[in-house]
Structure formats: C-alpha cells, structure tokens
Ligand binder design. Structure first.
Ligand code: SAM
Ligand code: SF4
Length: 419
C-alpha cells in the first residue's frame, strides 16, 4: 500500500491511499499534515498493541486454559530486538503510541530493556502497559526509569476467594499492591480493567468505589468472544449460567448449575495441541452471549446501588476523562478522585474510531481483534528486508476490516493475541 499526495494549489491536497480506492481525503491548506497511515475506511492508524509474551502467571478463566498456553519453540517468538526493530520501522509510518501486553508482559525478563529501546525511538510519544499487577511492586521503579508512561491493571473482583477462583493462581492483594505501586511511582493515568462476565458474580460497586478515594479510572469491559470460535481447534460448548449479583436479563432462563471456574465445567477437547488447546478444561471456550453484561445495564446497576448507599449516582465526565481515553466512556461519583469507565465492545462497538493494530508474540500483525486474518511480519523481519516489513504493515492497514459485525469468536485466546 502507498500514499499518493496530489497537490491542489491553494486548496490543499488530496491524499490517496492505495490499494483502497475508497480512501481519498482532501486536506485543507494549512491543516496539520497527518502523519499516520489511513486504512480503507479513512481511519488513521497510530496505535500498536504488542503482545510481549503469550505466557502468564495467572490463568483467568475467561482468558486462558487452566494448563496455560502450549509451549512454543523459542524461535517462534519475536525477540525483544525484533519487536523494537519493528517499532522503529513503523514509527515513521505514523505509530506514535505503543502498548505492551500479553499474556503477562511482566513475566518477560526482557520487558525493561524493551521499554528502554522503544523509548529511544523517534516519534513514539506514549508507552503504556497492561498487567495483572502481581509483579508491579517489584518492577515499578525499573519500568518508570526505563520510560514507561502509564499502566492498566486488571482486577475483576475485590473478593479474595472469588479473585483466586477467577485467576486460578492469583491473590487479590497482589493486584491491589500493584495499583498502589503504580500510583506511588507516578504512572499517570492509572486505569483498572474489569472484565464483566454475568456468571462471575462480581462485586461491581465495590470495584467502582476504588475511584472514590484514589485517582484511578476503573473501566468495566464487556466480555468478548475471543478464543471461542466455531472454527477454533477446540469446538465451543454453550456455557451454563448461575445467578449472581448481576441477575439474568428478562427472558433468559436461570440455570444455576456450574460457576465458570468449576472443574466440572469441561468442554470437549480436540487434542490438537495448538492455539493453547492442550488440556481438558477449556473455560475460555465457554463464552456465551448471555454472559455479556451491556454497559448501560451495568452503569444503571452501579448507579442505583451507589444511590442506595448514599454515595450518589454516576454522572458523565467529559473534560476530566483520562489520557488515552480510547473507546471508553467515562462517568464519576460526586467528588470522586477518579472515574468509572465503560468499554462497550459488544453492545455498542467503536469500530469506526478504531486506530490500532496488534502484533502477536509470534510476530503476526493482526488488523482486528475479532478477525483471524494475520500478516506474518516475523518471517519478513528475519529476512532483514525492512522494506518488505513496511510493505506488510501497509498491507495489513489496507485490509483492516470495517467492523466486526458478527460474534463468531476467534481461533486464538486473548492471552495469545494481546488484549
Ligand atoms: N495479563 C495482562 C492483564 O491481565 O492485564 C495483560 C493481558 S490480558 C489478555 C489484557 C486484558 O484483556 C485484561 O484486562 C483481560 O481482563 C482482558 N481480557 C481477556 N480476555 C477477555 C475477553 N474474553 N473479553 C474481554 N476482555 C478480556
Ligand atoms: Fe493472564 Fe491477563 Fe489472561 Fe489473566 S487476563 S490469564 S492475567 S493474560
């Protein structure tokens, strides 16, 4: 793909992006020249999310099989040098923001030097990281020193037992200590990510209340069908539901049989040994539409519970939304130090404003989280042909789908794509 600029005298110029004839924009004279490439639907792409590793020290029931992901040969994964080189190549193409994620990025011993290398790249304005927080108290000073700007910490409940049930291997104190460390070392903003799954019975008001005293932004994310594709190597089964804090919506049957983390909630296993499918209990495959709690429903629930407790209802915030607001919509309790955000990936998708690409740990460039279409930049990087890498990057942008209009799921789990 390439961009052709056609000068239009006093008017400005046309920017035409190939191969998509759909993308032709007239830029007024004197306007700021856009640095980023645009896809076939006119969306500027300036944000790269990189999965540094597909491994993790937790095994969240909605994200990863209990056994973890299948071990990959070392040379299947990108090295830190290859990741940094890729960022170096795409920064001049308009990438200004990089998020490091995984798997759990902090289990990678190369995370600090990688951040140092990315920080040194011209044009990279913002480096962020998504983590479960467990290793943050230990690593926060080195990450800050290396040039990391901000962190998102995942926390799905404040209930100690429930936290361990959801993460299988984690303790809630670890995530809370991670949040404290993030605040102490000056990462700004500090966001807390909560995936809401109806079956998980989460204490959503308690989580939202974290924003009362601390300057944190608690974001509730709708549960997405990642890793539950009908064409996935492990065919999905329909999950069973249990009644919890979030009641079933009207018209849905109440069938409280097995919570999501039960060892008897077992799906048929294909035995393929790929895409992390290596065991018998594959809870990430249990995604079911009835588990999605639409943001509007959740916001009303939190507001009404907060009112009943005398905290006051959530009110929308515009100006005080945190940096990197992205697709989240922010609200706040009266006089709160932080905010409460909602990310409606399912009930009100934000594809028209999507500005991102993902790079998987094994070097596949993924234009859309929900589409299994990928571009193999690992092999291109290893030929040493930088032009071929950039050409692939442009092709990926040119083929970014307009939107995800169906919810079939994906072949890879979230931990493998880089959430
Ligand atoms: N290990 C890190 C963490 O947990 O923050 C980074 C990787 S994790 C895959 C990134 C984010 O994806 C987490 O906030 C996690 O809760 C979220 N996530 C995983 N599976 C998801 C799903 N099916 N739907 C929505 N969010 C999901
Ligand atoms: Fe690990 Fe994050 Fe997935 Fe949980 S959500 S299993 S912490 S990668």
């Amino acid at each position: 793909m390439r961009t052709i600029v056609v000068p239009l005298g006093d008017v400005g110029y046309h920017e035409i992006i190939y191969p998509s004839p759909a993308c032709r924009r007239t830029i007024p004279k004197g306007a700021r020249v856009p640095r980023e490439l645009h896809d076939g639907f006119g969306r500027g792409i300036n944000y790269l999310r990189i999965s540094v590793t597909d491994k993790c020290n937790f095994r969240c029931v909605y994200c990863m099989p209990e056994e973890g992901v299948a071990m990959r040969a070392h040379d299947e994964l990108l090295s830190a040098e290859e990741i940094a080189h890729f960022v170096r190549l795409v920064a001049p193409e308009g990438i200004t923001r990089v998020r490091l994620t995984g798997g759990e990025p902090l289990v990678s011993h190369r995370i600090v030097p990688l951040i140092e290398e990315i920080r040194a790249i011209d044009g990279i304005e913002d480096i962020s990281l998504t983590t479960n927080g467990a290793l943050l108290p230990r690593l926060a000073p080195a990450l800050r020193e290396a040039g990391l700007d901000r962190v998102n910490i995942s926390l799905d409940t404040l209930n100690a037992d429930r936290f361990t049930q959801i993460t299988r291997l984690g303790r809630v104190e670890q995530a809370l200590a991670g949040i404290d460390a993030a605040l102490e070392y000056g990462f700004d903003p500090v966001k807390v990510n909560t995936v809401v799954v109806r079956r998980m019975d989460q204490d959503v008001l308690e989580l939202a209340k974290l924003s009362l005293e601390r300057p944190v932004h608690v974001r509730f994310i709708e549960y997405m069908p990642i890793g539950s594709s009908a064409t996935s190597p492990c065919p999905s089964i329909v999950g069973r539901r249990t009644q919890g804090v979030l009641p079933p919506r009207s018209g849905q049957s109440e069938a409280p049989e097995e919570p999501m983390w039960s060892s008897s909630a077992t799906s048929p296993h294909c035995g393929a040994g790929t895409s992390g499918c290596s065991g018998s209990t594959l809870n990430p495959e249990l995604w079911d539409a009835s588990d999605v709690v639409p943001s509007d429903e959740l916001r009303e629930l939190i507001s009404s519970q907060a009112r009943a407790m005398g905290i006051g209802a959530l009110a929308p915030v515009d100006e005080s939304a945190p940096y990197g607001a992205g697709p989240a919509r922010y609200w706040a309790f009266p006089n709160a130090a932080g905010t409460v955000g909602f990310i409606s990936a399912m009930s009100n998708h934000f594809c028209s404003a999507c500005n991102r690409l993902r790079l998987t740990a094994d070097g596949q460039l993924r234009p859309c989280l929900f589409s299994d279409a990928e571009y193999n930049v690992r092999d291109a990087l290893r030929t040493g042909d930088d032009e071929a890498v950039v050409a692939l990057y442009r092709t990926a942008i040119a083929h970014k789908p307009q939107q995800h209009d169906h919810i079939d799921g994906t072949q890879r789990f979230m931990s493998q794509i880089g959430g």
